[in-house]
Design a binder for this molecule. Structure first.
Ligand code: FES
Length: 274
């Protein structure tokens, strides 16, 4: 958690002992490009995911048991036949409630409170600050020590739910090895679903909270060799967290888009077995 700056009357670049520089920044490179790309990338994902979550069409391929992650788990009687892998926990849902409503708030919460995304949208959306050596427009900075940003601390709990969601997605990917006439089947959709779930696991396990869960609060690594070994692996994965954050946004969209195309009949799944 970032502590608020304690610089007297002004904070940040307006702090009493900071040099008085009139320009907002002395940088001459295209420092605005990365925040701009971040905004565009995140906005595109949010718009796509929101639209797809509400349309309630083309999310399940009955022949091959492909289910898009945006509708998993589908726990309502409004879900099309066969798509409710974990049964019906709820009756019919009105159209304004997404069929994946059980999991969507947690998925959204996990991403929104992710340390990497926080850095990205603090810079790109709140300009706090927009980039290194570029003054932020805000007069003061209170950090994550009070509402609303103190809520970011629930990230560790979202992490536990994300583990369950990854298990659900894994189950979906395994049950999708289904042939048109029953039994085992294998197609391009399986490769996409599987790649997506592997990358989702990599993203989830590379979480900073996972590092803390596996190796945090230990005074002597030598007394906990197993936890230390796991922690070193998670830490290696953690160095790729930003890349995994973006990659999994892409694979989620790709997976959903592919399932949508096959389910709607726009394309046929490329089948290798059955
Ligand atoms: Fe990014 Fe936990 S820090 S998912």
């Amino acid at each position: 958690m970032s502590a608020p700056a304690d610089n007297g009357v002004g904070t940040g670049v307006r702090a009493p002992r900071r040099a008085r520089i009139a320009e907002r920044t002395l940088r001459t490179d295209r420092w605005w490009l990365q925040p701009l790309l971040t905004v565009l990338g995140l906005s595109a994902f949010i718009i796509y995911a929101t639209v797809r979550s509400f349309v309630r069409t083309a999310y399940w391929v009955p022949d091959y048991h492909y289910l898009t992650p945006f509708y998993s788990p589908c726990l309502s009687t409004s879900c099309v036949e066969g798509s409710s892998h974990f049964g019906h926990w709820f009756g019919d849902l009105p159209g304004f409630i997404p069929l994946g409503f059980v999991v969507l708030p947690f998925l959204l919460g996990f991403r929104l409170t992710c340390y990497y995304y926080r850095k990205a949208y603090y810079r790109a959306v709140w300009f706090s600050p927009p980039a290194c050596a570029v003054a932020e427009p805000h007069a003061k900075y209170t950090g994550e020590t009070r509402l609303p940003l103190i809520i970011q601390n629930v990230h560790r709990y979202f992490f536990y739910v994300a583990l369950i969601v990854s298990l659900v997605n894994t189950y979906d990917a395994i049950t999708a090895f289904h042939g048109k006439t029953g039994g085992f089947g294998f197609g391009l959709g399986n490769i996409i679903l599987l790649a997506n779930v592997v990358l989702l696991w990599a993203y989830t396990l590379s979480c900073h909270s996972c590092r803390h869960v596996t190796g945090g609060r230990l005074k002597h690594f030598s007394k906990h060799p197993v936890r230390y070994w796991i922690w070193t692996k998670v830490s290696k994965l953690n160095t790729r967290h930003m890349a995994l954050a973006w990659t999994t946004l892409g694979t989620l969209v790709l997976t959903d888009f592919y399932v949508m195309l096959v389910a709607s009949g726009a394309i046929s799944d490329l089948r290798f077995v059955n």
